[in-house]
Design a binder for this molecule. Sequence first.
Ligand SMILES: Cc1cc2nc3c(=O)[nH]c(=O)nc-3n(C[C@H](O)[C@H](O)[C@H](O)COP(=O)(O)O)c2cc1C
Length: 595
Amino acid sequence: MADPLAGPDPLTGRDPLTGRDPGYPAEQRDAVYRVIAERRDVRRGFRPDPVPADVLGRVLAAAHQAPSVGFSQPWDFIVITDRARRERIAALASRHRDEFAADLPGARARAFDALKVESILDTPVNIVVSCDRTRGGRHTLGRHVQPQTAEFSSVLAVANLWLAARAEGLGLGWVSFFDQRELAAELGLPAHLEVIAYLCLGYVTEFAPEPELATAGWARRRPVSWAVHAEEFGRRGLPGEEPVDPLADVIAAIAPPDAVAMTAAAERQDRMTKPRGSLGVLEEVSVRLAGLAGSCPPPLPEPACVAVFAADHGVHAQGVSPWPQEVTAQMVANFLAGGAVVNAFAAQAGAEVTVVDIGVAAPLEPVPGLLPRKIAPGTADFTAGPAMTRDQAMAALITGTEIARDLVAAGNRCLITGDMGIANTTASAALICAFTGADPAEATGRGTGIDAVTYARKIEVICRGLSRHQPDPADPVGVLAALGGFEHAGLAGFILCAAALRTPVILDGVIAGAAALAAAALAPDAVAACFAGHRSAEPGHAIALDHLGLRPLVDLGLRLGEGTGALLALPLVQSAARALRDVATFDSAGVSDKQ
Ligand SMILES: Cc1cc2nc3c(=O)[nH]c(=O)nc-3n(C[C@H](O)[C@H](O)[C@H](O)COP(=O)(O)O)c2cc1C
């Protein structure tokens, strides 16, 4: 029998008890993990020293050892050092950089201006990694069903190259601001090869500890626990830990505002070079932003992104809206084409527009800017049964949390609610009645504009829904399932997650108000993250805001939805934070205070 104290077998290195290969000795293993953790995309601080041929050879040999589909080794490496060629290539990249910049919303464009995205001329060597999809012939193992595995293989060669470069003390930056054909022509690539990566390589003075895009606030690192699922997508949890309940997790992360930061903000407002209280409601906004962020001054709420949650409603069948249901999908297409009011207001306020299909009846084509998250093609008619199942309500809530989380991870520091759904003022009024106890006759409005007969029917439909379901406000998921729309549940999740991430969320009109009531019923402290963008003409909205204790920032009789009213309030919220940051105090400016 093997002696457990004997240590690894001197010949095989195996553990004598288990027969397993023990892996590398600890310090070698640490070096592997170290190079993985410390590999960086480098754009700055390159030194002009040439890369010796033997070092370059080792790095390329490492790249060439990458795994490849069917062992097809589809890569080639084109090593570029000629200055004139690099200048021509840099000119190609800079044209596409400018085009990209011209497309960005305000705050993103300013942040992008400060970013360096290529170092083609700052590095002594550039390497192009290409892919030959035809290499290995017709019967390449594994490429038959998934032709894109050829490109995957070349990307793995890039990863090897990147890691080896780091271990050699070489910085490497990947540049993707190219038109494939332009670059291929410059490099004389045969037509059957495609460019996978353009890499800039050279010695550096130092490696940054974190991605430059994280340091610059462009995007954040997602925790590993968000990326690991147990058995099925959505059952998130790290090995050895219980799967997390995503909604419970978000709710548990919501905490009251930071009282110390709020006091500091209020005191600073009093010392700023202006009469005390002269910024009115904006002083309160700045104090709330500080409390939410836990710091005074709080970060500027930019970049900002409006998420337009779109869904259809079974209650439309009751004749509560003069608009046909197809308009929901048609307006989604309009948002994506940039032709709606939300697009105009977002462009003016410098915010990005994201559209979420959380339950549009019609199938929608995948296009950039649309998040396909359909729970079902519209809810059921709540006068005939529950609008959705409890599982669907939960799924929509969780979807909303994930969208908020991704938008914050993408660098947004302010979220804005938007919505689209023909008949959604009916579901909103029903939710507001359920959560506040309001009378349907008081909470119901004319939506897009309805005649007296339709208005009376709308109230009667809401009364029928309420009496059929007898919703219990202590069971917010049950209320959403009985009467809500998928956009309401999605927005409720969106608001909860914004609160958990201590990111301000500007609420639009009555649909957001109804969703915020659900969020507040699930986690009362979520209201601390909410800023009421405006007060809509829908009477139920004022009831919801009163119940939430929120004061609307704009009151212009708007009743459009889409996120429009909230977008108008965005500069107000941003100005409130900016004033707290930038305005001098009596002491610092040497201005005399009032006696
Ligand atoms: C496919 C791909 C394309 C990239 N293109 C660019 C680019 O054009 N410009 C740039 O500055 N960085 C580019 N990067 C680098 C990423 O921005 C960088 O990897 C990311 O911010 C994470 O930082 P890290 O690599 O330092 O961990 C690219 C990375 C990948 C994987």
